[in-house]
Design a protein around this ligand. Structure first.
Ligand code: DGP
Length: 206
């Protein structure tokens, strides 16, 4: 496998869709199948920029909406070396969350929201865990963080629906209302196929 690159695999979806659980299970399954793979998540709350984002999400600070949008993007840019290093990466949220969450706020257009992430590595596969607001509600109450309300999440879902119309991104919709194991099987199959194909292709740019 020398010289072959890994794949950049992203899981997206509204809150409660099961992204984090599925990312962890996918990393384990790929490692067991002999792949060199790491997990990343955005926002990465461990960096200095990530700490500013964390305080904002926990409502301990208020930031102007454009500023916070640019911080989320900067938090992805500060990981760009890692994203380009060639190991397969399973990423919990990426630039699509960035565009969907900010454009769900009044006065923001999707086009402007996409701009700060232009030039970041383009994922080889973006799996969108699809879960209706009614199904999400069955998984319990939202937490206390910013953005965790039914109305806002509905608007975020509409923004994701718009983003998924972009044919230049390899979107794969996954029915997240299935059992954890069924979702896992589907995700693993798509990921293994992508890893095989990606190794012979150059990494693209958003
Ligand atoms: P998580 O740690 O996956 O629960 O994500 C934290 C919250 O931040 C979640 O409500 C989604 C939101 N979020 C993630 N990425 C971005 C982004 O780039 N921009 C904005 N505005 N919100 C984001």
């Amino acid at each position: 496998m020398a010289g072959k690159r890994g794949a950049l695999i992203v899981l997206e979806g509204v809150d409660k869709a099961g992204k984090t659980t599925q990312c962890k299970k996918l990393v384990q399954a790929l490692q067991q199948s002999g792949q060199s793979v790491e997990m990343m998540r955005f926002p990465d709350r461990t960096t200095i920029i990530g700490q500013l984002i964390n305080a904002y999400l926990e409502k301990k600070s208020d930031l102007e909406d454009h500023v916070v949008h640019l911080l989320f993007s900067a938090n992805r840019w500060e990981m760009v070396k890692k994203l380009e290093q060639g190991t397969t990466l399973v990423v919990d949220r990426y630039a699509f969350s960035g565009a969907a969450f900010t454009s769900a706020k009044p006065g923001f257009c999707l086009d402007w929201c996409k701009k700060p992430d232009v030039g970041l590595p383009k994922p080889d596969l973006v799996m969108f865990l699809q879960l209706s607001p009614a199904q999400a509600a069955l998984r319990g109450q939202f937490g206390e963080e910013r953005y965790e309300t039914d109305d806002f999440q509905r608007t975020v879902q509409q923004k994701f629906d718009q983003l998924m119309k972009d044919p230049s991104v390899n979107w794969q919709e996954i029915d997240a209302s299935q059992s954890i194991e069924d979702v896992h099987r589907e995700i693993t199959t798509h990921s293994l196929n992508t890893i095989n194909i990606a190794q012979d292709l150059p990494l693209g740019e958003l």
